[in-house]
Design a protein around this ligand. Sequence first.
Ligand SMILES: Cc1ncc(COP(=O)(O)O)c(C=O)c1O
Length: 387
Amino acid sequence: MAANSEFDFDRIIDRSAVPGEKWGRYAGRDVLPLWVADMDFAAPAAVIEALQARVAHGVFGYTGPWPTLVEAVVEGLRRDHGWTVEPDWLVWLPGVVTGFNLACAIAGEPGDAVLTATPVYPPFLAAPANTGRTLQRVDLVLRDGRWQWDWAALEAAVSARTRLLLLCSPHNPVGRVFDATELRRLADFAARHDLLVCSDEIHCGLVLDAATPHRPLAALDEATARRTITLMAPSKTWNIAALYCAFAVIPEAALRRRYRHAMRGLVPQANVLGLVATEAAYRDGERWRQALLAYLRANRGRVLEAVAALPGLATTVPEATYLAWIDCRAMMAARGIDDPAAFFEAAGVGLSDGAAFGAPGFVRLNFGCPRATLEAALARMARALAA
Ligand SMILES: Cc1ncc(COP(=O)(O)O)c(C=O)c1O
């Protein structure tokens, strides 16, 4: 494919040559790491060139966001999601995890509750306790081959102490892109129970099918926008997680003031190199992103084919992200295995253990890697299950 040869996602870059969590976990062992959510691809050339130019300048004094950066993000949100935001709605952050912990910290009082849908990205499960809140969880349910909301269970889970609905949209790990009807029901639910909403939309640039566009929850209507803190970042889409730069979009002025107040003295500025990379990514990263999505769609296809052929494993089609959420329970029952992540790790494939997401018996596979790495990992999984 022309786009792929131009961008070369097939190129294997030796990540064990530099410190890093993904490959460092298995240093010196023959385990292919398909766990933590970053990709084995180089960032877009436009991002690397912007960083190189900034590094060549040589002076790295304290630096906040600047107008052309803000313009690039505002324009990117309009272009990619049809969402018009005012520049002063943006609150810059060193990370999205920081962003949703702050949302918990300003939601009601200590002892109040935060409601989220599980399984979910593990720091969602820790954030309420980090900030003296309690966690209320409601399980997504698998219906017609798709993970869906259980509306009755959601109503049953909310209580008089619930102050915050913590959403992951698109959803990690189940890969759902929630549609307009689901978002409308979630917004109505939040309004009915007068909940603050924190919508983590970090995966919004990784929607794999044009037929299921990402819709920011806060773009639904003004009333929903007023109660919503949207969190976004360039880090997943353009693979720059360790540059530590994210932002919240908070349209409502009083909520924004409370949020900024909670940051005081605790939350540092985003890193200057992260800010530089963010401007380049939003302004000049679109062709790379489209080529990435084409590559990820093909990888997703390979994962779906391979898993369908493996006895005792089942998965659903990730509509966004480079993450596949795999149900191993039938395999576990058939083979008397109680830890599927350990089983595949022993076979040379490092996956994320679903238990950390609130769903033991599942694993999460990261297919954001060159095809050859993915094929080797899938072959190892098949060999382990054939044995
Ligand atoms: C849903 C979600 N939110 C947040 C993060 C991490 O955000 P950050 O590195 O900006 O704290 C991840 C990383 O995997 C994620 O999947």
